[in-house]
Write a protein that binds this ligand. Sequence first.
Ligand code: PGA
Length: 255
Amino acid sequence: MNTKKNFLYISNWKMSLSLNEALSFASNYYDEILSLADRENTQMVIAPSAEALFPIAQAIKETSVALSAQCCAEHERGSFTGQISPRSLYELGCSYCIIGHSERRSFNNESDQSVAKQAQTLFDNNIIPIACIGEDKNAYDQGETLSRIEEQLAPIAQAAQSSSHQNTPLCIAYEPVWAIGAQKAADNDHIESVLAWIESYLNELALTRSYRLVYGGSITSHNAARLKSIPQISGFLIGRASLDFQELEKIVHYR
Ligand code: PGA
């Protein structure tokens, strides 16, 4: 079932801020972020880079702001030098973890199978995966959007079905790769047709786990209202605009 409770605003800080800059940003806008998080039907999620997770977790511990990691290992523990354990993310207080972001898929060669394995380990540790899927420019131009989406989604959906903690929802972030870091977001018709396809694919599988669909790719205060009008959407994955607090505030305020 596509749950639309609470609109999610996921701030993906990527590696745009150093540790000190991330902590300054969080402390400069602390009260403002909390007051956004206290709005009705609103869930604010911050995804800082790995080194900032612990101090940010401490800062937002008693608040309604949720914490997300930007990536994780496929495994809970073991000989995986330099990787981030989903178990530790849970212990740290993360309730979400972004997986399969197109930058990880392209710069770190993450495969569809690896992303699905990460999803499985996150479910097993009671963390909501924000699983990013989306076609690149070439697939879009060739009219192969849906076949690329299916290749990415199928293993994630299978992990959602076979993992434990069926109460932990799945979050799918549709991010057309060509709209990330671009001048403009995808248009509503395109997003709506892809999300409708994802919805029917997941509904046909009769997942017992609930899921939600979010959009990402060049969200700004100028397109937030039109993107929010897409019926299947119940959240945004926001890159650049999340680091301009006034911009983020406007995006949250548009209904
Ligand atoms: P953008 O990034 O909002 O800067 O396009 C989105 C993302 O990469 O998730």
